[in-house]
Design a binder for this molecule. Structure first.
Ligand SMILES: [Mg+2]
Length: 127
């Protein structure tokens, strides 16, 4: 079974890096969609099947907090596991994102191995 990923970050270079890590992770990759902010991501999520969302916090238009909040207000979208990837690794920020519904947190910069290990448990639940 191939997994469908969505990478949300306003940095194109960071998105490409994350996509590359996903491709090299050994996981079976179906699609790997990209969005540069939460608004774009919500539009794509409503039109495409996605198994896991990896999202930045600091983004223009709609940031990660607003994005995760909107996902969890939606009965369908709230079922999709969210992994936050941010330069802000403060306890307060991590707790805030987890309380909004995020299922994992990775601080930038990160190694490919750290990202892979953080994604795996979120993909275990199946559909
Ligand atoms: Mg950013």
């Amino acid at each position: 079974m191939a997994f469908h990923f969505m990478v949300v970050d306003d940095s194109a270079a960071m998105r490409e890096f994350i996509v590359r890590v996903i491709e090299l992770s050994g996981l079976e990759v179906g699609t790997c969609m990209q969005a540069s902010n939460g608004r774009e991501a919500l539009d794509l999520l409503r039109a495409n099947w996605i198994d896991i969302v990896l999202t930045d916090i600091n983004m223009p238009v709609m940031n990660g907090e607003q994005f995760v909040t909107s996902m969890f207000e939606d009965e369908m979208l709230r079922k999709i596991p969210v992994l936050v990837i941010s330069t802000d690794g403060s306890e307060r920020r991590v707790q805030r994102m987890m309380s909004l519904g995020a299922r994992g947190y990775v601080k930038k910069p990160f190694s490919p191995e750290t990202l892979r290990r953080s994604m795996e448990p979120l993909l275990g639940g199946g559909r």
